[in-house]
Design a protein around this ligand. Structure first.
Ligand code: BJW
Length: 235
């Protein structure tokens, strides 16, 4: 492909794996220990809010203890040094991209350090444990705060902006995602329908690997910095 002017990067749990954050569907991943219907659906939250608060409190505490890795650092460097536009759309709810220095970033599945009030619908910064008795920082109402996470059956954030960016970029990279969860799993088709060059960078071939123009398989901390170097040198 020719030198790109605008790059959209989709990231998933695999980019944070070498920082020590669990993935979902790998052996020993999160879904081998928890049933997603209990912890990642609105119905599960309605049934047992304490289980869901505890699940996200545990993960928020876990992410506070880890650091961005060489793959996060490389993407932040790409945003700083690339002459065109770089947008990261992450499915991850950790804050490792921003801690590495990425700024043009969409958390399409929400954020661990954010709370959503079901009364005033405000999203507020939230770094502590959350529980049934937590009060909304915006309106003060107690008992209606939830983790600001997009659960199954809910609409991911900023889909209009993402589709517009996908249709208007010229390089789409998919990093560290198994391609099991929609709508993110369909971004590669959408990009290809708009003549965008698509590349998968993942430990192993994902569900939709054959749809990509190119694929590079290996650990994110190795293949992402190498690929960023190639882009910055004009591919
Ligand atoms: C490495 C590595 C290393 C490891 N280096 N790589 C039937 C058909 C089609 C769609 C549906 C359907 N039934 C239902 C749906 C829709 C549903 C869906 O897609 N379900 C599928 C499971 C079938 N999607 C939704 O509900 C979404 N909303 C939606 O569609 O809205 C539209 C709508 C709304 C209302 C009415 C009607 C329509 C919402 C999805 C929300 C997903 N939420 C989760 C949990 C919350 C966040 C959290 O708790 O963290 O988000 S699920 C979980 O999966 C999490 C992740 O963001 C997401 C994706 O996982 P990811 O990142 O790909 O991780 P893994 O573990 O799967 O893969 C890791 C990869 O990394 C692997 O490939 C490894 O090899 C690799 N790896 N180490 C490089 N070192």
């Amino acid at each position: 492909m020719r030198h790109p002017k605008s790059i959209l990067i989709l990231t998933g749990a695999g980019i944070s794996a070498e920082s020590g954050v669990d993935t979902f569907r790998d052996k020993d991943g999160i879904w081998s220990k928890y049933d997603y219907r209990d912890v990642a659906t609105p119905e599960g939250f309605a049934r047992n809010p304490k289980l869901v608060y505890d699940f996200y409190n545990m993960r928020r505490r876990g992410v506070a203890k880890v650091k961005p890795n060489a793959a996060h650092d490389a993407l932040a460097r790409l945003e700083r040094e690339f002459s065109g536009e770089v947008l990261i759309v992450t499915q991850n709810i950790d804050n490792l991209h921003e801690r590495a220095g990425s700024r043009n970033l969409i958390h399409m599945h929400g954020e661990l350090e954010s709370a959503l009030c079901k009364v005033c619908e405000c999203r507020s910064y939230w770094a502590d444990d959350m529980e049934q008795g937590s009060a909304c920082p915006a309106c003060g109402t107690v008992g209606y705060l939830r983790p600001d996470i997009v659960w199954f059956g809910e609409m991911p954030y900023q889909m209009d902006r993402i589709h517009h960016a996908l249709a208007n970029c010229d390089l789409f990279l998919s990093i560290g995602t198994s391609g099991n969860v929609y709508p993110a799993a369909g971004f590669v088709d959408y990009a290809r329908a708009h003549d965008v060059h698509t590349v998968e960078l993942n430990l192993e071939p994902s569900e939709g690997h054959s749809v990509f123009n190119d694929a590079i398989h290996g650990k994110a901390t190795k293949i992402v910095p190498e690929y960023v170097d190639r882009i910055l040198m004009g591919l």
